[in-house]
Design a protein around this ligand. Structure first.
Ligand code: HDE
Length: 715
């Protein structure tokens, strides 16, 4: 709590109080063993004689090394790399008509949350900027128990049935013979699998889009993916899809930039989230729901149970019902971020599952994986996983049990314990599963309503702006270009051709191949999920042809703000103080951060004779770590054109479509030696010094994140 500068103390901080019991602080304390014995010498082991062998009797050395030897636990098999934060959820309006969940009914409750974001394929130490799906897992510590919304930053998934998950993950992870490549899908096994799984095509469009390389974890949407159920007091069910909408808008970097960020700062996203919270810029997301009456279950062009499909917002609008704010960094990465255990099966009364076969498989997997990862069925007792609702049952014992259950009764029914703990009636908050009628034969098959693998992939592609479509084509050209087996490329072109012939044509050009002819029946290659041939993929005409909500650049919900954006000020001795000050003040008034970069640390002398403290040198700073660039005026500024890193900085910013502003001498060096067209709409210059109008137009341009038009002129 004390680390965050602007922590909001006013919310219902039940979880923080609960965690206090386990927080330790060594300020002003003696160093001790785990048994509480004070240690006098923490530098030398016990030896027989100054130069003699160490003694087995040295319990201090033995304890220290034994503990160290066992410090690691298995990393998550997927989503190993993550960053997390504490916060709270506030409800805007009661959802009582749809769900009886307490935290979605009472607008006065602020529900504590712990949120973990992650990449999927890479190991714990891999780069943040991999092209990958991002996990978006939210633990709500509600008064009725824990509700985990374990989602992703994309609303659909690669596969339709849990049976294929181990295959998908084996294919995407580093190849087993040589463990290469790390945190990358651009390799043979991934695309071999995908080329044989037409059902993955919609998700492939998302993963090849800019959604897979977010600018920040704070600037991405989140989705529950599966269709869930809301259950109200009358036991009526509505289908529900969950959405998180970031208040900072959805933004991405470009692929070349992502790769360079991985080299310059592979913790880019982790640090960005951490720093924003430390600076008091608490990230916020609004929670939205798409609600579908039970009676409309079969009214769509797709099956609501199919996790490779989304419900277009144009067909069922997203209703915003509340807001989540992240306002506190974890105190300890291992204790909290690493040990947190999410589970889509952690639900509370008022929320229930559907028969989505992917979700059903997940309901088994998440407890199972904690047993090997955290090592005991008592993982719910780990402080970060502990519910703040009262917990009483007859579960006992197991490794590392913390609870000391008093009394001799550990069974139900009992009379010796007075029948306690009691079962709760439904009106006392007892959970009861939705009374869904199921009358069926046991069958190992895929529903034919899941057979349309291409229509929503096409809808997604067609909904993108031309620039975003180019990015998808470029991503596919990169990924498929890296393959060693030409037959996989050929199969992929066949599948892409069924999504969009113009996309397939673009990619085929880059691969130097021709697009194979689409057979009369859609391609299935006779393998994968439908190898019986019973369900050939079909195309179903969608009721809409384009959905703006699917495009980052067209997204009607995206907010315009430059809050927390990092702006590089390219400075040196002899910079104009007036120029720096006017721009810095204007940007900081909008919540952005001005970072002074110069050839040396310490202070730089301004042309006016004062000093400005330097934040970073050109050896450390790189354009890819910033959102925009300002080159101020000043008689010393022309010297910048002699610095190689400055040239690289300007050219990279230009190539990544960043907004560049420059004043007077700064504007002149922009043209000097740099390979840029200073007339384009993303380059803003002024001949005066400390120009407020320039600052205003810089801010307006930065609100659009990038000047994407420039890409048309870049070869
Ligand atoms: Fe997961 N997934 N998953 N997943 N998943 C895990 O659980 C699994 C799926 C997601 O920050 C594991 O505790 C199966 C979809 C997130 O700790 C594991 C299937 C979605 C996280 C597991 C899926 C997700 C996980 C690994 C298909 C989006 C990270 C460690 C049937 C809706 C949570 C762990 C965190 C983690 C299994 C598919 C999201 C192995 C079997 C679809 C965000 O249990």
């Amino acid at each position: 709590m004390k680390d965050s500068k602007k922590t909001n103390q006013n919310y219902n901080d039940g979880k923080q109080k609960d965690l206090d019991v386990n927080r330790s602080n060594a300020d002003d304390q003696f160093l001790t063993t785990n048994q509480g014995v004070k240690i006098n010498d923490n530098n030398n082991s016990l030896k027989s004689g100054e130069r003699g062998p160490s003694l087995l009797e040295d319990f201090i050395l033995r304890e220290k090394i034994t503990h160290f030897d066992h410090e690691r636990i298995p990393e998550r098999i997927v989503h190993a790399r993550g960053s997390a934060a504490h916060g709270y959820f506030e409800l805007y309006k009661t959802m009582g008509n749809y769900t009886k969940a307490g935290f979605l009914n009472d607008t006065s409750i602020k529900t504590p949350v712990f949120v973990r974001f992650s990449t999927v394929a890479g190991s714990r130490g891999s780069t943040d900027l991999a092209r990958d799906v991002r996990g978006f897992a939210v633990k709500f510590y509600t008064q009725e128990g824990i509700f985990d919304l374990v989602g992703n930053n994309m609303p659909v998934f690669f596969i339709q049935d849990a049976m294929k998950f181990p295959d998908l993950i084996h294919a995407v992870k580093a190849e087993p013979h040589n463990e290469i490549p790390q945190a990358a899908s651009a390799h043979d096994t991934f695309w071999d699998f995908i080329s044989l799984m037409p059902e993955s095509m919609h998700m492939i469009m998302w993963v090849m889009s800019d959604r897979a390389i977010p600018r920040s974890l704070r600037m991405m949407e989140g989705f529950g993916v599966h269709t869930f159920r809301f259950i109200n007091e009358k036991n009526e069910s509505h289908f529900v899809k969950f959405h998180w909408k970031p208040k900072l808008g959805t933004h991405a970097v470009v692929w070349d930039e992502a790769q360079k960020i991985s080299g310059k700062n592979s913790d880019f996203h982790k640090l960005d989230l951490w720093q924003a919270i430390e600076d008091g810029h608490f990230p916020e997301w609004e929670l939205g729901v798409q609600i579908i009456p039970e009676s409309d279950e079969h009214k769509f062009d797709f099956d609501l149970l199919d996790p490779t499909k989304l419900v277009p917002e144009e067909i069922v609008p997203v209703t915003i019902i509340g807001k989540m704010t992240l306002n506190k960094n974890p105190d300890n990465f291992f204790a909290e971020t690493e040990q947190v255990a999410f589970h889509p099966g952690h639900i509370v009364p008022g929320i229930d599952f559907t028969n989505d076969p992917l979700l059903q498989g997940r309901l088994f997997s998440y407890t199972d994986t904690q047993l090997s990862r955290l090592g005991s069925p008592n993982f719910h007792e780990i402080p970060i996983n502990r519910t703040i609702a009262p917990k009483h049952n007859h579960q006992r014992d197991g490794h590392m049990r913390q609870e000391i259950a008093v009394g001799k009764v550990s069974y139900h029914p009992n009379s010796l314990g007075g029948g306690c703990p009691f079962q709760a009636k439904i009106d006392e908050g007892g959970f009861s599963s939705f009374n869904e009628r199921i009358d069926a034969q046991k069958i190992r098959e895929r529903s034919s309503s899941f057979s349309d693998h291409f229509s929503q992939a096409t809808l997604f592609y067609n909904s993108q702006t031309p620039i975003e479509q180019e990015h998808i084509a470029a991503a596919l050209s990169f990924e498929l270009g890296k393959l060693e087996t030409p037959a996989i490329r050929e199969r992929m072109l066949g599948l892409l051709n069924q999504v969009s012939s113009s996309l397939a044509a673009k990619v085929s050009k880059s691969l130097g191949m021709t697009v194979p002819k689409t057979p009369e029946k859609p391609l299935n290659h006779g393998v994968g999920a439908d190898d019986t041939g019973a369900h050939e993929p079909v195309k179903v005409k969608q009721s809409i042809e384009s959905s703006d909500a699917l495009s980052i650049l067209k997204n009607p919900n995206s907010s315009k703000t430059i809050s927390t954006r990092q702006i590089a000020f390219l400075c040196t001795d002899g910079v104009s103080k007036a120029s720096v000050k006017t721009m810095k003040t204007a940007l900081e008034n909008e919540g952005a951060k001005a970072v002074i970069i110069a050839p040396h640390l310490g202070n730089i002398q301004t042309a006016e004779g004062s000093e400005i403290p330097v934040d970073q040198t050109y050896k450390i700073a790189a354009s890819v770590l910033f959102d925009g660039v300002f080159i101020p005026a000043g008689k010393g500024i022309p010297e910048l054109s002699k610095i190689r890193e400055v040239k690289e900085f300007i050219n990279d910013s230009y190539n990544h479509c960043k907004i560049i502003a420059a004043e007077s001498e700064g504007a002149k060096i922009l043209k000097d030696k740099n390979e840029i067209d200073d007339k384009d709409g993303g380059i803003l210059t002024s001949n005066s010094m400390g120009d407020k109008t320039l600052a205003e137009s810089f801010i307006k341009a930065l609100e659009n994140h990038r000047y994407w038009e420039r890409e048309k002129t870049l070869s």
